[in-house]
Design a protein. Sequence first.
Length: 459
Amino acid sequence: MLSRLLQPEIKSLIENKQFGILKDILQEWTPTDIADLITNLEEKERVILFRLLHTEIAADTFEYLDFDTQIELLKSMGNEEVAKILNEMDPDDRTALFEELPASAAKQLIQLLSPEERKIALHLLGYPENSIGRLMTPDYVAVNSSWTIKEALDYIRENGKNKETLNVVYVVDGKGRLIDDIKIREFLLAPLDKKVYELMDENFVALNVYDDQEKAVSVLKKYDRVALPVVDNSGVLLGIVTVDDVMDVAEEETTEDIQKQAAVGVLEEPYSDIPILKMIKKRVGWLSVLFVGQMFTATAMAYFEDAIEKAVVLALFVPLIISSGGNSGSQAASLVVRAMALGEITLNDWLKVFKRELLTGLSLGLILALIGFLRFNILPAPDDGFETYWIIITLVVSFSLIGVVMWGTLIGSMLPFLMKRLDFDPAASSTPFVATLVDVTGILIYFSIAMSLLKGKVL
């Protein structure tokens, strides 16, 4: 907000080449505000402003920029400038940048790192994509359980300056295995001659380096932590995952789920930046599948063509019936998918959900059926030759609503479980897909009830 308010003044300083004044102003700004300012400037102005920043501030600011702006700035700088920025960046943010680059470009940038930072970068990039190993940072403070509090505090003062967080100090044994995590205030309040192991309760939570990044989201939320330790299969402490990185993962996962539920392929780029042709490719696949699915609706309608010819009035209620079933199914699918994502339900809860949604679907169907029955009988029956059987026709609609809504609710709630069982993303059971499936079956339910109740009368 601050950056946008002062943007005209900043532009004026750049145009008038008053770089000394501009440099003094930027020293008072936070990296996030500077990043916001850079994003809203022209390309030439971005480069000028970024080069005015002190190396440490420049590295912090660089981490808050989007990928395209980062690449733009890297191309504008010489190897020496790029090396300074990359070496100052947090390892996890630097890893995220390298992941987005082509292998050849990433390799060139890695060569610019110092030997120590290059070792860290290659180590993090060696873990599977989307694993916690790619997300963690080795910037943490760990002390030995046999140290005194004074020794631990001296070590923290000496090594804690550039660490991600000092809220929690990790305790390791002689082999580097994590054995506890202790809040920093416990150290500050303890006698200096006390041993670290005397503060331990061995009650800690850790992530495995090979766990999926989504697990970090749920665990961090569950235990309300700002950071979590990451260990290997032997329990050796390798790094930590911080809440800011996990929030990025959570946002990305939520965005992917929303796109999948809308029957759209996952967009790797912002909506405003993705090329039209690529956008079409992302959307045409599911749209084609749904179109083919809707053809079965037409086939189902054709099967009951004779019934429709004899009682054209039945066709009036088709949109009402199938939309109610589709809406109820979409509701159920969205609720179940989100509950799965939050860890509220698992595959083993399918029967519980089935029973719950069966009762819910029946109740919703009865409510809609009652509303429909009252609505169609308050107004006079249409003068189309079917007024004699109008009550029965409205009963057909009412019973169909009960059946279709209940069926739609069951389909919508069970499909995510089926997708999960088959190792597909439950979010892929998109609301349009559920609606299309319920449309076809809704036609069958509606006309089957109509033929049963109106047989020998108008059919």
